[in-house]
Design a binder for this molecule. Structure first.
Ligand SMILES: [Mg+2]
Length: 232
């Protein structure tokens, strides 16, 4: 492949635990306040929020319990009783968890794999639903590897559909000057793998960091691996 389009959380950096912690804090308290059953559990993360834009994840968890809230606005304060307000509260919890994680670093294989792919002249991009990509990349020391970053801010600015739609990956391939057929999508989330499949990319690599190989294969992964070294 001439280009590699990497998801960020759970692919390049082990932020999944921090995101899971933030979602559990949000819905733990939100559901407990109203006696919503069943309580938020670990499965909800993989089923409803992993890989999706934040507000879409909030709406999906609420819908799973038969709940709806007004959508609100991306700039709602974290206290607002809206889908976006809850999403922003989750973001607050995530940023606090990231700041408190003293030894935050990429996965051990991340930099060696980027060195190998970069050494072959491959184009490298990050494609993430995250609104925190810039901070997370900087904190992990990865900023300089990626001339192209299509993140949540870019998506909103350009009116692109989020994963599982392929649009953000297609945009990143275009920014690298490559067709989708010449690019690999590297994803750990079912929604992201589905986006890669829908976009007609040359390779869709599913990295199993917890979603499970059967789920990634069913979503359309050409290959499922447990480490990025599977790309080499
Ligand atoms: Mg991910």
């Amino acid at each position: 492949m001439d280009g590699y389009l990497f998801d960020l959380d759970g692919v390049l950096v082990p932020t999944a635990a921090l995101h899971q912690q933030a979602w559990a804090a949000l819905f733990g308290e939100f559901f407990a306040a109203d006696g919503v059953r069943p309580p938020y559990g670990a499965d909800d993360y993989y089923k409803y929020v992993d890989g999706r834009p934040r507000c879409d994840g909030v709406a999906a968890v609420l819908a799973s319990r038969g709940l709806t809230l007004p959508w609100g606005d991306p700039f709602d304060p974290p206290t607002a009783p809206t889908v976006c307000g809850l999403g922003n509260r989750k973001d607050q919890y995530f940023n606090a968890a990231l700041a408190a994680a003293a030894d935050f670093a990429p996965y051990p294989e991340t930099v060696p794999v980027l060195q190998a792919l970069g050494g072959r002249g491959a184009g490298l991009a990050v494609v993430t639903s995250s609104e925190n990509a810039t901070q997370v990349l900087a904190r992990a020391g990865l900023t300089d590897w990626f001339p192209v970053v299509v993140d949540g801010r870019h998506r909103r600015l350009h009116g692109l559909a989020g994963k599982p739609a392929p649009d953000t990956f297609t945009a990143a391939a275009g920014l690298l000057g490559l067709s989708p057929a010449r690019c690999a999508v590297v994803e750990d989330a079912v929604a992201g793998v589905a986006a890669g499949r829908a976009g007609g990319f040359g390779l869709v690599a599913g990295v199993d960091r917890g979603a499970g190989a059967p789920a990634l294969a069913a979503a359309g992964a050409d290959a499922v691996m447990t480490s990025l070294e599977g790309l080499l």
